[in-house]
Each structure stands twice: as structure tokens, then as C-alpha cells.
Write a protein that binds this ligand. Structure first.
Ligand code: NDP
Length: 277
């Protein structure tokens, strides 16, 4: 019997830059699956209609990217635990008329840190700079790893406070000290892992982070990929280990692939390939 081709898409605006079609096609090829995966540009005010059109075209699943992750949460009829806590969805599973919303961003980041970069988060001191969707989406997955402390900071500190208020009950349940500190008042002691979850580098902005947050053994991680950011340049001068966010991107895609196909793809070759390109 011929295997039926399954159909997938990533929806965003803009979307031309998305690497998801390339990543999922590589995973499917390696797994011997027959799929197509397209990038779909949704008009900003027509996300729901775009999704419904894709469902009528018998799509099996879709990824959702900026700026629709919150709308995707509203649209889903049921949610995974991570999506429920982040109130944001980056992966849809279309199943028997139902839209199931998942969020694989946090899982992707933690897997990249622990499995690819070999940094165990347990009992570590972690700093997240930024309080947008990306930062909010990864906090729970980090708390699950039970670091000693997780400090949040952002240019607009009220947004960090909002995340702290939302996540405090989980922090308590995992016995993690969850703090908010203004950038200029960051404690003059180092963190083991410093994560830049801002989009400051899009405008070549500086974060004004004190050099003392870095240590020669700390990992400076920028969720951004595709260029060396000022944050990574600063961390390098402090002799920290550094990484861009390409591994997070591939690992969150791998988790989405697992949700759709129940197969765990090999990620290393895809990460290496994207980095080389
Ligand atoms: P949002 O627009 O939701 O949030 C942007 C964040 O960046 C806010 O905290 C904002 O601060 C801060 N910011 C923007 N410009 C500056 C600046 N000049 N100085 C200081 N802070 C600034 O974006 P997301 O959270 O969705 O994405 C953030 C980054 O993470 C992007 O670069 C994105 O590409 C990357 N990302 C990577 C992923 C991966 O798989 N590797 C997955 C998801 C995101 P304020 O609140 O003050 O405006």
C-alpha cells in the first residue's frame, strides 16, 4: 500500500525567513516519512481564517510563530500543560475535528542547554534578560529543572514582574527562588547561565549588562540566531562559553515532530547544517 503524504505548515507574519520547512523536511527524510511542509504568511488580522483554510486542506499539523502564538492559544480547543502555563501555542495538532495546542519552546531550550551544550540546570543560578513571549514561554521548563535561583530582568521591568507573579506558585513548588531585578541593579555576582531572550540585537541595541554577571565558567545563551549579537560579543570578552539559539530552534521543532509522528528525530546533523549555512 502506498504511504499517504501528510501535510504541515508554519504560520507567521513575516514568514519568509522561517527555517522550519527546511528542518522538518530534513527530519522527515531521515525518518523515511513522506511529508510536505509549507511556510504560510497570514494577514495580521486573519489568523483564525488562515488556520481554518489549512484545516479544510486536510493539514495534519502546523507550527505557529510571531506574532500569533497568543492567538493560537485562544484558538486551540485543548492544550498541553506547557501551552496552558505559557498561555501561548507554537504547535497545533489537528485531530478528529479538534485543535490541540502545544508549546515546545521551553522544552527546546532546555534540551539544547542540557543535551547539546551539556549544561545541567539543576542547582544553578540562571538569569533571563527579556520578558516577551519567548522569555515567558521558557520559564516553566527552566523551573522544572530546579535551579537554585532564576532571576528575571527586562528593559520594561513591569513585564518581568508580571511573569514572576504568574510563575511564583510553580517556583515555590519546585523550590526555586524566582526574583526580578532591574538591569542596572543586577547583583554583582555571577550567574551560571545567562539567557538573552530580547530582540535588542535586531536594532543592534546594547543591553547594558554588567560584566560581573558573567564568569569564565558561565554559559551565555542568545535565543537569537543568524548573527553574532552584541550580547555574545560581550560574553566572549568575559571568557564565558557562548551559544546562539539555533539549537533551541531545532529542538523545539524536534518536539513538534515527535507530537505529530511519534518519532524522535536526530537533531545534531540538522543543527550543524544550519549553523554551517
Ligand atoms: P517579543 O517582541 O515578545 O519581546 C521582545 C523583548 O526584547 C522584550 O523583552 C523587549 O523589552 C526586549 N527588547 C527589544 N528591544 C530591546 C532593546 N533595544 N533593548 C533592550 N531590550 C529590548 O519577542 P520574543 O520574546 O518573541 O522574541 C525575543 C527573541 O527571541 C527574538 O530575537 C526571537 O528571534 C528569539 N526567539 C528565538 C527562538 C529560538 O527558537 N531560538 C524562539 C523564540 C524567540 P521591552 O519589554 O522593554 O519592550
Amino acid at each position: 500500500m502506498t504511504e499517504l503524504k501528510k501535510h504541515f505548515a508554519v504560520i507567521g507574519n513575516p514568514i519568509h525567513h522561517s527555517l522550519s520547512p527546511q528542518i522538518h523536511t530534513a527530519f522527515a527524510k531521515e525518518a523515511g516519512l513522506l511529508i510536505d511542509y509549507e511556510a504560510v504568511l497570514s494577514p495580521l488580522n486573519q489568523f483564525k481564517q488562515t488556520v481554518q483554510t489549512l484545516i479544510t486542506k486536510k493539514l495534519n499539523g502546523a507550527n505557529v510563530t510571531l506574532p500569533f502564538k497568543k492567538e493560537a492559544y485562544e484558538l486551540a480547543s485543548s492544550h498541553s500543560n506547557h501551552a496552558k502555563i505559557a498561555k501561548a501555542v507554537n504547535t497545533f495538532e489537528f485531530k478528529e475535528g479538534e485543535i490541540i495546542g502545544h508549546n515546545t519552546d521551553g522544552i527546546g531550550l532546555v534540551r539544547d542547554l542540557e543535551q547539546n551544550l551539556h549544561v545541567n540546570l539543576n542547582s544553578k543560578k540562571i538569569l533571563i534578560i527579556g520578558a516577551g513571549g519567548a522569555a515567558e514561554g521558557v520559564v516553566y521548563s527552566i523551573l522544572e529543572k530546579k535551579p537554585t535561583e532564576l532571576t528575571l530582568t527586562n528593559r520594561t521591568i513591569e513585564k518581568s514582574n508580571m511573569i514572576q507573579n504568574k510563575m511564583n506558585e510553580y517556583a515555590k513548588s519546585f523550590d526555586v527562588s524566582l526574583n526580578v531585578v532591574e538591569i542596572v541593579k543586577l547583583p554583582h555576582h555571577y550567574f551560571d547561565v545567562i539567557i538573552n531572550a530580547t530582540s535588542a540585537s535586531l536594532s543592534d541595541g546594547d543591553l547594558n549588562i554588567d560584566n560581573k554577571v558573567f564568569h569564565e565558567d558561565s554559559l551565555a545563551y542568545d535565543m537569537m540566531y543568524g548573527k553574532e549579537t552584541n550580547f555574545i560579543k560581550q560574553a566572549r570578552s568575559q571568557a564565558s562559553q557562548t551559544s546562539d539559539g539555533i539549537g533551541m530552534l531545532v529542538e523545539q521543532a524536534a518536539e513538534a515532530f515527535y507530537i505529530w509522528h511519534h518519532i524522535k528525530p536526530q537533531t545534531k546533523t540538522v543543527i550543524d547544517l544550519l549553523r554551517k549555512n
